[in-house]
Design a protein around this ligand. Structure first.
Ligand code: GYE
Length: 337
């Protein structure tokens, strides 16, 4: 009996810890909820984006702009972080000073947010973290909405494992070039760790080059060019997003190196942009692990729940697929980004 009680108590504490009920929102008079419902009051939402580093990012920005519209009752203040972490933090302080109702942040890097999050909490402004994560005590923000980057990395490497097995190459030495995203970003950390969780199981797989390309096409090309100039030999190129892979492909083309199905270079990337799916169908890209940028809807749902004083879950994952030549054609037409 006692055991059951302790178990019940623990479960209750755990469940309590998972949820978030904004105290300030709770105290808001009912008239506000009614005014929002009837459209007589706008909800002011500050949205701090990372920048414009990739096509994924553009799709993500557009999703927020199309979700938080005036017609739907929002006054959206959009801030471009310009790929500058300090500028993002400063923007958060500015939004607090303007006393906005909510702050949504797509953080560039995980570190550096603790103080400004505490300030927002003190002022009663709920913060919603979207896409990448922050290294901040979870009680200081309302929730996080995004992708399981570790699983994405793991899925990419598992695809490689299966592909090599199918080709009877599981015992061969496999040399991998890894183009990472931005240092300190969750999408980079998670994908790299997920990839290594499989890479480390194969003593015959060697990462022969590993460099940051900041998720941009330009840097993807530059980094790959450097690797090619050093005459490093490789069998696989993994880029932590499609745009860096497009850049790497350009660099390989410049040096007359063929890649993709039927060549000596296996190509793997992340995001699953429409352009990447087209390259999968052509065989240039062998797999792209989906990362869904359309997460504004889940973010809006969290805000609406907070408006109603509801308790919300701390973590919201989006559903994702792995695209290869086998399943891509079906999805190409319906792709929105
Ligand atoms: O993969 C990349 C972007 O954080 C998931 O950032 C995001 C990543 C995405 O710029 O293309």
């Amino acid at each position: 009996m006692k055991k059951f009680f302790i178990f019940g108590l623990l479960a209750a504490i755990l469940l309590w810890g998972c949820g978030y009920k904004d105290e300030a929102a709770e105290k808001k008079p009912l008239v506000r909820a009614e005014a929002v419902d009837t459209g007589t009051v706008l909800i002011t939402v500050g949205f701090i984006q990372t920048g414009k580093e990739s096509d994924w990012r553009d799709a993500n920005t557009n999703d927020f702009l199309q979700t938080f519209t005036r017609e739907k009752g929002y006054n959206l203040i959009y801030i471009d972080g310009n790929s500058d972490p300090e500028r993002q933090v400063k923007a958060a302080y500015d939004l607090i000073a303007q006393n906005v109702d909510y702050i949504i942040i797509d953080p560039i890097v995980e570190d550096g947010w603790e103080d400004v999050f505490m300030e927002a909490k003190e002022k009663g402004i709920p913060v919603i973290v979207s896409d990448r994560q922050v290294n901040v005590n979870a009680s200081h923000y309302a929730c996080w909405v995004g992708s399981d980057f570790y699983k994405e990395g793991q899925n990419a490497a598992k695809w490689l494992e299966k592909y090599l097995e199918d080709k009877g190459r599981e015992k061969e030495e496999i040399k991998i070039v890894l183009l990472e995203g931005t240092d300190g970003a969750t999408a980079t950390r998670g994908r790299t760790e997920g990839l290594y969780s499989v890479i480390d199981k194969h003593s015959n797989w060697k990462v022969v080059a590993k460099e940051y390309g900041n998720f941009t096409q330009g840097e993807g090309a530059q980094v790959m060019e450097g690797i090619l100039n050093q005459k490093i030999e490789f069998d696989v190129v993994i880029a932590e997003n499609d745009n860096m892979m497009f850049g790497a492909m350009n660099a390989m083309e410049q040096q007359g190196i063929a890649y993709g199905v039927g060549t000596d270079v296996i190509t793997i990337s992340f995001d699953a942009l429409q352009e990447a799916l087209a390259k999968v169908i052509k065989g240039e890209l062998m797999v792209t692990v989906e990362c869904n940028p359309l997460i504004a809807g889940l973010t809006e749902k969290a805000i609406l729940d907070l408006e109603k004083g509801k308790r919300i879950e701390k973590v919201h994952f989006v559903k994702e697929t792995v695209f290869t030549q086998e399943n891509t054609v079906l999805h190409l037409m319906e792709r929105k980004y």
